[in-house]
Design a binder for this molecule. Structure first.
Ligand code: GMT
Length: 374
């Protein structure tokens, strides 16, 4: 099987899922081609396991905005013809599914099949914008098959776009061998004293992540139990987060690590992970924390309850209810038996339900099913 994976290269869940999927498919013998305007961030340099096709971003003087959708479509058509791709798997509808459709039209044949995975803001935010709505709906209708990363996005897609074709839910996944509680590099003394707790957050700091609420919750935790806040990732709200930490007198307790590649050696040092998002299709960062044996406290939003089982692996509270998030966090942090139980449950959950091998098999079987269709 030859597959072309189209994704965003920047730090964000859809790019991570697409990259990890490609690597896992390659490990089971699939020929994997990645298409993007830069190397997706979880893929490091040249690797025999896949071929990366860098798509041109044209700077022709006539274009004030580069027509990336078209250069991507051209590249997909050219490479499909050259290597004989069976499937174009578009991650995030806009514009990847549209480019895949144009490439198929250029080729005019039965193959490649176009499979689109809807990741979240393509359905809940960007796709609903009137300037994108019709093209997002169209991109779903012309895809040969659709998948969503959660049951929540499945429901939202039908509800918001009124499409009628079947959608398959394939949850996001995590490499439980890489993300695990104790491993080399998990010594926590670099971040905190033995009597202090380590609270973590990881995101792209877009407004939907409500990252300033992380600091508000942390303040209430630290007032009761001496703690350190470790922030991973970067994005537009990061300066606001740091400003608030400073304003609340938490500057010396806050460590901003910025974008990191090997997050598995950082997450495993945490006692608690916070994800107070206003919108979350799935919450891949929370899944990586759970696999690392770290309980999660976050908001009751989107697909998060599909992985953060309330009371079992952490707690969820209404969006922006920082008081409840803080009291739930303190409940976990001040009760070693509860913390241990939640950490064990978290690990059990990610191994049994969200492991890379099992979920990638679901994708592979789905590819075969779609290829067998007329
Ligand atoms: O906004 C983001 O966090 C990035 C976005 C993306 O498409 O890259 O993430 C979405 O996809 C992830 C992977 O499927 C999900 O885990 C995230 O929940 C989802 N983000 C949102 O819905 C806000």
């Amino acid at each position: 099987m030859k597959i072309g994976i189209v994704c965003y290269p920047v730090k964000g869940g859809s790019g991570v899922v697409a990259s990890e999927l490609g690597l896992a498919l390659s490990a089971i013998g699939v020929e994997v081609h990645f298409f993007s305007y830069a190397l997706p961030f979880r893929l490091t340099g040249f690797d025999e396991k896949f071929i990366f096709h860098q798509v041109e971003v044209s700077d022709y003087p006539l274009f004030q905005h580069s027509p990336y959708t078209l250069t991507l479509a051209t590249r997909l058509a050219d490479e499909s013809r050259r290597v004989g791709l069976d499937i174009i798997h578009a991650h995030y509808a806009i514009p990847h599914a549209v480019s895949g459709y144009i490439a198929k039209q250029i080729l005019g044949g039965r193959l490649p099949k176009l499979i689109t995975t809807l990741h979240g803001t393509d359905i809940t935010l960007v796709g609903l914008d009137p300037s994108f709505f019709a093209v997002t709906k169209f991109s779903m209708e012309v895809s040969d098959a659709l998948t969503t990363v959660s049951r929540y996005i499945y429901d939202k897609t039908y509800e918001s776009f009124g499409i009628t074709k079947p959608i398959k839910v394939i949850h996001n996944f995590v490499d439980n061998e890489r993300f695990k509680p104790s491993q080399k590099g998990c010594d926590r003394s670099i971040f905190a004293r033995p009597d202090e707790k380590i609270i973590m957050h990881m995101s792209n700091y877009r407004p939907v992540k409500n990252a300033t609420d992380v600091v508000r919750v942390f303040k209430m935790i630290n007032d009761q139990i001496s703690s350190r806040l470790v922030l991973i990732g970067d994005g537009p709200d990061a300066p606001n987060v740091l400003r608030l930490a400073d304003k609340l007198g938490l500057k010396d307790r806050t460590l901003f690590l910025g974008g990191q590649d090997t997050v598995e050696t950082i997450l495993c040092k945490a006692d608690l992970f916070l994800l107070p998002s206003a919108s979350e299709a799935f919450g891949l960062a929370a899944l990586e924390a759970l696999a690392s044996g770290v309980p999660v406290v976050g908001s009751i939003v989107g697909g998060l309850p599909e992985l953060v089982k309330d009371g079992e692996v952490g707690y969820l509270a209404p969006i922006a209810d920082v008081e409840t998030m803080a009291s739930r966090s303190l409940e976990i942090l001040s009760n070693p038996d509860l913390h241990r139980k939640m950490a064990e449950n978290a690990r059990k959950l990610t191994v049994e339900k969200f492991d890379t091998k099992a979920v990638v098999k679901q994708y592979y079987d789905f590819y075969e099913e779609v290829l067998a269709r007329d």
